[in-house]
Design a protein around this ligand. Sequence first.
Ligand SMILES: *Cc1c(COP(=O)(O)O)cnc(C)c1O
Length: 223
Amino acid sequence: MSGLAERLARVDAGIADAAREAGRDPAGITRIVVTKFHPASLVRELAGLGVRDVGENRHQEAQQKAAELADLPLTWHFVGQLQSKKARQAIRYARVVHSIDRSSLVDALAGDHDPVDCFVQLNLTDDPARGGVQPDEVEAIAERVLGSAGLRLRGVMAVAPLDEEPRRAFARVRVASERLRLVAPDARDISAGMSGDYREAILEGATHLRIGTAITGNRPARG
Ligand SMILES: *Cc1c(COP(=O)(O)O)cnc(C)c1O
């Protein structure tokens, strides 16, 4: 088995263990492999190992890889900050945007196109420079998504802060998800959990994990 196959298998076993611990069906959890900074060849290798969901956080890099790998049955997830002027280009390849953080981005994404799945990103810190909206702003932006053509609201997304116990941070995400469902009952999904904290995210109800280095190995230096 290659190192990549081994790491993928190890993470998938970890996901299954955490799901069991949480009394959940692992089939209800989507494991997205975040391949940022890695070449298209690595994504192709992952596809050969059965990976179908991949995540990227920079538009230009994602666009190039998606074009190069258009022959593969992949679903591309956009997980990084997205400039409004790049929004329409990004949804030519990305079927899911995890980083909805302002109404101007919702307006830029809306349109008469195949539905794009959207997650509203929560900022779990007090630092406005970290992407996302404050938890009390979720309903307003959710309503904007619900009122927009071509967008399907899936739920909330978050990154655990570095200085907080991840389980506690993800418990706050769960509360935000419950509040969101009062205005959008179908928006049940939670995108949370990365290489170092996916177990805690699963225990707090995450349905979409965004896992990079634990599967891909260390990222090459940023080019
Ligand atoms: C890079 C990235 C990840 C994956 O991080 P790892 O720690 O490598 O698993 C997840 N989510 C977002 C938004 C990212 O930018």
